[in-house]
Design a protein around this ligand. Structure first.
Ligand SMILES: [Zn+2]
Ligand SMILES: [Zn+2]
Length: 96
């Protein structure tokens, strides 16, 4: 089950369950759309995988299965992230 983390790991923007701005990689590294697509160019700085839009858990389920309240905030070294993005962004995710 997805944790639905409450914030962007890089810029700390709030990303509540109802946000349409949240993106995740397969490990659920969670970023806002601007960080995921513009800064990291769709290459996860932790695992090199791609990002997809995080689905929104419906209201009747979020009460029973609440979103995580534990922020993960670990801003990335942008120089290292750029090297990582440049290396992997032209490779389709299925070949990374
Ligand atoms: Zn962000
Ligand atoms: Zn990742």
């Amino acid at each position: 089950m997805l944790e639905i983390r409450p914030n962007c790991e890089h810029c700390n923007k709030d990303l509540p369950n109802t946000s349409t701005d949240a993106m995740i990689c397969s490990f659920e590294c969670t970023y806002c759309r601007a960080c995921a697509l513009e800064i990291f160019e769709n290459v996860c700085p932790s695992c090199t995988g791609d990002f997809v839009e995080r689905p929104i858990r419906p209201q009747k389920e979020i009460e029973k299965y609440p979103a995580s309240s534990k922020p993960v905030f670990k801003p990335k070294d942008l120089e290292k992230a750029k090297i990582n993005s440049d290396k992997f962004k032209s490779i389709p995710p299925e070949n990374r």
